[in-house]
Design a protein around this ligand. Structure first.
Ligand code: AR6
Length: 181
């Protein structure tokens, strides 16, 4: 098994374009669409995605649900609901960590080998980016250390500020610079 640090990538771009087995959506608990990355995923996937989501009956914060990807390059969409930042003392860090863990668990159950995550909760839900990036990398590392079936996790950064924050968090978690490739 390759070490976790060789199976996690930091990429800058649009998650709807990722050609991974699954992409993760930063949804809200209704699972009926919204703005940000959720809006972009629903637009790119087409109306069948909303139809399937209607049948799921929502999703609590910290949990995850899976659907097909429809018109997306990705075969599956894993919808997870991040916490709204309310100052950090309402269980937000643990709930965000649970989003990564539960999404990866669902991915394994569905035979997903490559998966792309957006920076959950760091847009409309206002989770501080530096802390969220650290949680994302730490949780992906811990999961991959225990689970050989996931070949690649892409952490998709929407712009250079997010990409810088993830690189900084990488140094904190792995104790070395992030290297492409
Ligand atoms: N590809 C990758 N990342 C993106 C994209 C994209 N196409 N578009 C935005 N981001 P947000 P949240 C980044 O607000 O904070 C929705 O309305 C963005 O820069 O999408 O979890 C839902 O329905 C940010 O870093 O999600 C919920 O109501 C990150 O994605 C609520 O927003 C997350 O920002 C969820 O809020």
């Amino acid at each position: 098994m390759k070490p976790a640090k060789e199976r996690i990538r930091i990429v800058e771009g649009d998650i709807t374009k990722q050609e991974t087995d699954a992409i993760v959506n930063a949804a809200n608990s209704s699972l009926l669409g919204g703005g940000g990355v959720d809006g972009a995923i629903h637009r790119a996937a087409g109306p069948e995605l909303l139809e399937e989501c209607r049948g799921l009956g929502g999703c609590p914060t910290g949990e995850a649900r899976i659907t097909k990807g429809y018109r997306l390059p990705a075969k599956h969409v894993i919808h997870t609901v991040g916490p709204v930042w309310r100052g950090g003392n309402r269980g937000e860090p643990e709930l965000l960590a649970a989003c990564y863990r539960n999404s990866l668990k669902l991915a394994v159950e569905h035979g997903v080998r490559t998966i792309a995550f957006p920076s959950i909760s760091t847009g409309a839900y206002r989770f501080p980016l530096d802390q969220a990036a650290r949680i994302a990398i730490k949780e992906c590392k811990a999961f991959l250390d225990q689970e050989p079936s996931i070949e690649e996790v892409s952490l998709v950064c929407f712009g250079p500020a997010a990409s810088d924050a993830y690189r900084k968090a990488w140094r904190e978690v792995f104790g070395e610079e992030y290297r492409e490739g």
